[in-house]
Design a protein around this ligand. Structure first.
Ligand code: FES
Length: 148
């Protein structure tokens, strides 16, 4: 199995690992395919993600994609962060082997869950719609990856 240099770099030296102190957005999701878990915490101020960290019981590909995903959303607005897809994260990492695509969905979903938690805490009446867009051929876009 071949991993890109960027995947190996983010796997061996993951960015933003841990939990944000004073987090006001926390999301945890599980991967229906492998049973792995991802937790993302954020500090959001004035609609901007000031800080973000992740913890995962996932594989190396989950570590690398979460590292890259947290780098990509840090400093961005909530709305921009919600536009981040697992595909964009994989592209930023120069790709993942097909059997590892499902691992990249964890970060995207956990970011969505954290922002939903932020909306709920702040009394903002918005629903985050996130999850699999048919990225992996194995699920073909049905609801397998969606988590409450
Ligand atoms: Fe579970 Fe990669 S195998 S996240």
């Amino acid at each position: 199995m071949m991993y890109s240099e960027k995947v190996l770099d983010h796997f061996s030296n993951p960015r933003n690992v841990g939990e944000v102190e004073n987090a006001n957005a926390v999301g945890q999701v599980g991967n229906a395919k492998c049973g792995d878990i991802m937790k993302i915490s954020m500090r959001i101020e004035d609609n901007i993600i000031k800080d973000v960290k992740f913890k995962t019981f996932g594989c190396g590909a989950a570590v690398a994609t979460s590292s890259m995903a947290t780098e990509l959303v840090k400093g961005k607005s909530v709305d921009d962060a919600l536009k981040l897809t697992n595909k964009a994260v994989m592209e930023a990492l120069d790709g993942l082997p097909p059997v590892k695509v499902h691992c990249s969905v964890l970060a995207e979903e956990a970011i969505g869950a954290a922002i939903q938690n932020y909306y709920d805490n702040a009394g903002i009446d918005k629903k985050v719609k996130k999850g699999c867009d048919g990225c992996c051929s194995s699920c073909g876009g049905h609801d397998e990856h969606h988590h409450e």
